[in-house]
Write a protein that binds this ligand. Structure first.
Ligand code: DOR
Ligand code: ZN
Length: 410
């Protein structure tokens, strides 16, 4: 059935009043007139929906922290239609069998479309969107065997902190400053040097904490991801263990310099690294697990950077939607014919971020008091999932099979 959406769409860098012709969930045509079919008028400004290619939804295994139902619901409230989930589950995703089990558990319980990463396993797991490589131990204690990385065309996302370097710096982990000192920038730089010698295609350096790391990664031809927390938070803020993440929050000047580098449009993607832990687990700094939630605040915070004049809207959309979709090879993240009709509706009104208004399970945020631009509506493959800030659908997110990911026509 042909449907039309009418509204102000962000197309080729500007808002245009158009009719969007949607067939089978895909944008078929964009015109100034409607054809035969139903028309739904959308109020507000319409952007491609967010694509978050770095989340830890903990499902299966740690459903007390998060599961796919709650994590993906929270993503929708934050303007994100699609996520790619990391493989550091309690039972690590390092074989076809475990991957299939995970997929089976999740199927039918996601509000967003979703892709799943594998760990290096010596072979390509059927269905995986790419590989996640841990060069150093973080939450979950995984350390990847680099000889098991498959050099295929798919993305290889690196947690770039080198373990032998981390081992040198073990100190009493009592506050954010100590945590930063225990996992210094040097360990990230060392990891990136090692990756450069692996001669791999399609590398993404995850959660870069500094301009230096980003620049060196770029010089090796890697793509670079940053998180809202490394852009907006630093170790000198009074966050306690809520700010404990790996790689760590750095000093104020390093954070500002990273933001400065972003404003020059040199970063490829902003991902949330949504890594929920319960408040009880975060009580004692030393034993608190690293990671913070963020899937619902990523797009609202980055749109604020546009509103404050730090980046332009075109670049914000690239960071949030177009580039991440391109990096994992899926036809999303753009309002253009052939792409999925995944849309987010915003009014650019800012409001304070409050933990009680967020929808993921652990219900705390390190961005309390920051302002965000939260979406009013979200459309997934032509279906209105959220209207006036309420989800109106049951989970209808589909699995994005890594094998099929690279065509615009599937
Ligand atoms: O802070 C982090 N938390 N860094 C990681 O690498 C993993 C993540 C988690 O899964 O909690
Ligand atoms: Zn992560």
């Amino acid at each position: 059935m042909t449907e039309y959406f009418r509204g102000k769409f962000f197309i080729d860098g500007e808002f245009k009043d158009r009719y969007l012709e949607v067939e089978n969930g895909k944008i078929k045509n964009i015109g100034v007139e409607r054809g035969n079919g139903t028309v739904r008028t959308l109020e507000g400004f319409i952007l491609p929906a967010g694509v978050d290619i770095h989340v830890h939804f903990r499902d299966p295994g740690e459903e007390r922290k998060e599961d796919f139902y709650s994590g993906s619901k929270s993503a929708i409230y934050g303007g994100t239609s699609t996520v790619a989930d990391m493989p550091n589950n309690i039972k690590p995703i390092n074989s076809q069998e475990v991957f299939n089990e995970k997929l089976k558990t999740i199927t039918g319980r996601s509000f967003t479309d979703f892709a799943l990463y594998q760990l290096p396993a010596g072979y390509e797991i059927d269905g995986a969107i790419g590989q996640k490589v841990f060069m150093g131990k973080s939450t979950g204690g995984i350390i990847s065997d680099l000889t098991k990385i498959i050099n295929n065309e798919k993305i290889k996302v690196f947690h770039a902190e080198n373990q032998s370097c981390l081992d040198k710096y073990k100190i009493d982990d009592k506050d954010l400053k100590a945590h930063d000192n225990s996992r210094p920038l040097e360990c990230e730089l060392e990891a990136v040097e090692i990756i450069s010698r692996l001669s791999l295609n399609n590398v993404l350096i995850a959660h870069a904490t500094s301009r230096t790391l980003a620049e060196i990664s770029k010089s090796f031809g890697f793509r670079v991801e940053v998180t809202p927390h490394h852009l907006l938070l630093n170790r000198d803020m009074k966050l306690g263990s809520l700010g404990k993440v790996n790689p760590p929050l750095r000093k104020n000047i390093i954070q500002e310099d990273l933001m400065n580098y972003l404003s020059k449009e040199l970063i490829d993607v902003v991902s949330s690294d949504h890594a929920p832990h319960t408040l009880e687990e975060k009580e004692v700094f030393d034993s608190a697990p690293s990671g913070m939630p963020g899937v619902e605040t990523r797009l609202p915070l980055i749109l604020m950077l546009f509103k404050r004049g730090i980046i332009n809207l075109n670049y914000a959309v690239k960071l949030l939607s177009t580039n991440p979709a391109e990096i994992i090879g899926i036809p999303k993240g753009r309002i253009a014919p052939g792409y999925d009709a995944d849309l987010v509706i915003v009014d650019f009104e800012e409001e304070p971020i409050k933990s009680e208004n967020l929808h993921y399970k652990c219900r705390w945020t390190a961005f309390e008091g920051f302002n965000g631009i939260f979406p009013n509506g979200l459309i997934l493959r032509g279906e209105e999932i959220m209207i006036e800030r309420e989800i109106v659908e049951q989970p209808r997110g589909e699995f994005i099979d890594g094998k099929r990911g690279r065509s615009k026509n599937n």
